[in-house]
Ligand binder design. Structure first.
Ligand code: URP
Ligand code: ZN
Ligand code: ZN
Length: 508
């Protein structure tokens, strides 16, 4: 078999196990895995001494988002360049209808933002912001290739907020179409009340950016997750909790999964490596994101949730604002543009703080950054794993060699980083997207506009198994995705070597 590209001698992470060997690429696809693949006439990429892992899917990204009175500072050019440098080969953004717009118009708007600019492949979650107008448009969006929808339980002032009626009705529709609803879960009215109580000149003078955390105690998130789970359980519609930040949230999701409720949880890497002590810093307002960073005990509980399986995905919620944009707060925490840069540092943080510090294995990291997000978002097996027939989306990382995070050397438009000065391993030495090298020697070389929109036909648990929902629920206390994580981890542990053995045949 002749290949266009052969990646030689890397430590290759596959669903069947991790092995030292080669990846053969023909056109845009992985064509073979094996030892000593024939490389005559092929471009050879030396991966000796490196991990070869599936390209990362960041399934929670906001590029060029009008929000908090300004527009987030990374667009599809800078955002996807940043992603590529961090081994991200697929992203999913959120298409949000502006006043009076339909779901289709929102998708068209986001298509325009991406076209001609994106270096990597992309698609969108479709945001439902006005239930009565949008409910009859959902089916058409499914037919157009969008299988994930989103509702916000807060953000009334942005015109995005959904009430229980919308959540309940949308989940019913998700059940009907086999699609999935993503929810930003925070308790709007309690949050409004707490903000109003603290929003005085004295309090702002005394506490500054710490008020961002003080007004969002954990029960603000927990109550909303509980309520969304209730509607999920009542309707049977698939629910995905975005950017879960609390230990209480993880407890609720775990208990619901044990009852067979089709709920999945995502956390973001910032909730795993930072806590709310940052708000006491001189520049603490820079770290305001929504939901906000929580306590060290939450950080520990989320890592535990990743290990045990109730947390299935790590993403970023990238929503970049520059120092100048963040300065809009002028001492009033309710005016801070909420969000942080993230695409460039997702993999380095997960690898350094997760794998190198012993909180997860390399295979577990690949499950949370690539395989699970691809399965849950209806992009598997095209994306999410190194296996024959998949898109050749790969990241090659050095196991230990670290770079110091320095904003002026980064691709993001942010002129600051939450991780400035941190030494992180796991930046991509090489990134391939559909067989094409887009990062070489840690530098972005990909052409903007080469990224493609990814149509989808499935999502959520529906997308990960063939059996009907009822038979899955009767399987017992472990959720299907938790079972999936544990099977894959066990397979990765026991099958090292056998992957190379069995896959070798494909290359001959
Ligand atoms: O701070 C954040 N996360 N900004 C983006 C909007 C959201 O809630 O995801
Ligand atoms: Zn959100
Ligand atoms: Zn978000």
């Amino acid at each position: 078999m002749r290949f266009d590209t052969v990646i030689k001698g890397g430590n290759v992470v596959t669903p069947a196990g991790t092995f030292t060997g080669d990846v053969g690429i023909s056109g845009e696809k992985i064509a073979a895995l094996g030892m000593e693949l024939e490389a005559e006439g092929a471009k050879v990429i030396d991966a000796r001494g490196h991990h070869v892992i599936p390209g990362v899917l960041d399934v929670h990204v906001h590029l060029e988002l009008p929000f908090c009175g300004t527009t987030s500072a990374d667009d599809y050019r800078t955002g996807t360049r940043a992603g590529a440098r961090g081994g991200v080969t697929t992203l999913i953004d959120f298409a949000i209808p502006y006043a009076g717009e339909s779901l289709g118009q929102a998708a068209d708007n986001w298509m325009k933002k991406a076209e001609g600019k994106s270096l990597i492949d992309y698609t969108f979650h479709i945001c439902i912001t006005r239930w009565k107008e949008h409910k009859d448009q959902i089916k058409g969006m499914v037919e157009r290739g969008f299988t994930t929808f989103k509702e916000f339980m807060i953000y009334e002032s942005e015109g995005w907020q959904s009430d229980d009626r919308a959540l309940f009705g949308t989940l019913e529709k998700m059940k009907e179409y086999g699609t999935m609803l993503l929810v930003h879960a925070e308790s709007a009215r309690v949050l409004d009340e707490l903000i109003e109580r603290y929003h005085t000149p004295e309090m702002m003078e005394r506490h500054g950016a710490k008020l961002h955390a003080m007004t969002r105690p954990n029960f603000v998130e927990a109550e909303a997750i509980q309520r969304a789970v209730q509607w999920c359980e009542a309707t049977g519609g698939q629910l995905y909790i975005v950017h879960m930040s609390t230990g209480e949230g993880a407890d609720i999701v775990r208990a619901a999964q044990a009852r067979g409720v089709p709920v999945i949880a995502e956390t973001c890497v910032q909730y795993l490596v930072l806590d709310d002590s940052v708000f006491g810093r001189e520049d603490g307002h820079l770290f305001a994101c929504c939901p906000q960073l929580k306590k060290p005990a939450d950080v520990e509980r989320l890592w535990q949730g990743l290990r045990r399986g109730e947390v299935s995905v790590i993403s970023t919620d990238t929503c970049t604002f520059t120092r100048e944009q963040k300065a809009m707060w002028q001492g009033d925490w309710t005016k801070i543009p909420m969000g942080m840069p993230g695409l460039e540092t997702l993999l380095p943080l997960a690898y350094t703080r997760g794998v190198l510090e012993g909180r997860m294995t390399l295979e577990e990291m690949c499950a949370k950054l690539s395989t699970n997000p691809a399965k849950i978002m209806g992009l598997y097996p095209r994306k999410g794993a190194i296996q024959v027939g998949a898109d050749a989306d790969l990241a090659i990382i050095h196991p230990r060699s670290a770079l110091r995070v320095a904003p002026d050397e980064m691709e993001t438009n942010a002129d600051w980083s939450p991780y400035e000065g941190w030494e992180l391993a796991g930046f991509a030495r090489t990134t391939l997207s559909r067989g094409e090298v887009i990062v070489d020697g840690y530098a972005v070389v990909g052409r903007e506009g080469r990224g493609r929109w990814l149509p989808r036909t499935s999502a959520g648990l529906e997308g990960t198994r063939a059996e009907p929902v009822a038979s899955r629920i009767s399987r017992g206390p472990m959720s299907p995705l938790r079972a999936m994580d544990e099977r894959e981890t066990a397979a990765a542990g026991s099958a090292a070597g056998s992957a190379a053995g069995s896959a070798g045949g494909a290359g001959r």
